[in-house]
Design a protein around this ligand. Structure first.
Ligand SMILES: [Zn+2]
Length: 199
């Protein structure tokens, strides 16, 4: 069965969000139906404002309010070292360690053949362009310690090494199969510090 048009529309939209199944979508929709209009509209406004103001940095593809993000424009950061991550949230995880003062490049995903995601679907071409055009001496592969993250790191190192840039991978010791964002600062900090040249 389905609900009155507008309710069903919201249930359908919520159900499209990652990690939200039909039951949760229904629960959230009915919750929003019950709360005062201001409370519900605040959520709608937050989404609208985010979509209007936030874009991706044209250099590193981090989220940004300007053409280039604050990390790319910060002259105190070391432009010769670039930490490659899968998602903007991974930058937050690395920044929390306080161990990294270089720049970033966000791939916006990882290679995943089962889901049809190949290198051409990620910001890999843009990374190669940066390695060619900027004075980058080291690329740290900081993709997640799971199957997709490892496959992505392998692919990137095979493509980057012939370009003559130093390619390193964060040390193992991170929980395998996990996401960077779930690693505590100390563990991730050690993994960064203990990074090794990729053979
Ligand atoms: Zn940036």
């Amino acid at each position: 069965m389905s609900y009155a048009g507008p309710v069903q529309d919201l249930v359908d939209e919520l159900g499209r969000l990652p990690g939200i199944g039909p039951k949760s979508a229904q629960r959230i929709a009915f919750h929003l139906l019950k709360v005062p209009p201001d409370d519900a509209l605040r959520l709608a406004r937050a989404i609208t404002v985010m979509k209007e103001r936030i874009r991706f940095c044209r250099r590193c593809f981090n989220v940004s309010e300007a053409e280039e993000c604050g990390l790319c424009t910060d002259a105190r950061r070391d432009a010769t070292v670039v930490c490659v991550v899968e998602e903007p949230k991974d930058i937050v995880a690395v920044e929390r360690t306080g161990e990294f003062r270089g720049r970033y490049h966000v791939l916006q995903g990882a290679i995943n053949p089962l889901e049809g995601i190949g290198p051409e679907h990620l910001r890999i071409r843009e990374l190669f362009a940066r390695v060619r055009e900027e004075s980058i001496a080291e690329v740290i592969l900081c993709t997640n310690p799971n199957l997709e993250g490892e496959a992505t790191a392998m692919y990137l190192s095979s493509q980057l090494k012939p370009a003559g840039v130093r390619v390193t991978r964060i040390a193992s010791g991170l929980p395998v199969g996990g996401d960077l964002e779930f690693a505590d600062e100390l563990t991730l900090g050690r993994a960064l510090e203990g990074r090794r040249e990729v053979d």
